[in-house]
Ligand binder design. Sequence first.
Ligand code: MUC
Ligand code: MG
Length: 367
Amino acid sequence: MKITAIEAIPFRIPYAKPLKFASGEVHVADHVLVRVHTDDGVVGVAEAPPRPFTYGETQRGIIAVIETIFSPQLVGLELTDRERMAALMGRTVGNPTAKAAIDMAVWDALGRTLGLGVSELLGGYTDRMRVSHMLGFDQPAAMVDEAERMREVHGITTFKVKVGRRPAALDVAVVRALREGLGPDVVLYVDGNRGWTASESARAMRQMADLDLAFAEELSPADDVLGRRWLVSQLDVPFIADESATTPAEVTREVLGGSATAISIKTARTGFTGSQRVLHLAEGLGLEVVMGNQIDGQLGSICSVAFGAAHQRTSQYAGELSNFLDMSDDLLTEPLRIENGELALRPGAGLGVEVDEEKLRRYRTDL
Ligand code: MUC
Ligand code: MG
């Protein structure tokens, strides 16, 4: 169970349908595949999706920090030394996605070594999650068409709508068209990725007051401290902190300060070990939790399901698990399938998925 090597492999897969939102656009999945090897011949895998416009990480930066800082610290440790690994990696500031991918690949290797699923090891609450689909910026009719297709083909009935454009009327029109087009039974919520000011957000939320929104997420910057508190205090839906509250300390600060009333957990940035810390804090504080999406590929999405399905609080609401559908291809031998609005765990040890070596050869960019 000793770690003998950690690989960080860049790969590049174009999106068939790019995702556009207030803080950026994603046209190509320039991700990093992380493989943790052990002296038993076991290999654990995970993927790191850099989001430079949110966390400052890049594909090359993730590889550099893994190869030069984390790998030398972790090689030689046992897979069960996860608290020690977290402490060692925690000495380096930032780099959440690089740390998270190593942590999840270690859990995958541990599960494979023990012959148990990661989700069982984490908590084993259920074996699937309902899926929420994230709709990026487009014209109202195109977004309604996409949501209808997701409902028809995959049974998805929860949609997170990207907002935060100027003028805000563009987004208000989209959300209204979705409610009118899809009817009262779908769940709709909005995510602004900090695109609006607090007062623009308050105004837009008033204009959408009759549209039965379930949540609002990061509509304005959390660093506009008083404005954000003022906004959150007047809303009658939970306000989800996403990129502003990624660690237990940030969650504590934002929630106790009145800048958020719910949180998004993304395994892509807190792995399994860090996500459990955030989750347990959320339980202690009585916060609602949504499993978020860092625009993950299939490997990242199965990690979100493994974590979300493992715990009661993370499986309560639909998780954001479907944006891999917008990619032109992926790395797994058996593609994930969303059926009846759900994504199920894969049977088998670890994460229950395998990387297709031929596809990896095709998409890796380092050879
Ligand atoms: C989200 O919830 O904000 C956009 C950027 C990112 O890192 O995640 C997405 C979705
Ligand atoms: Mg968000």
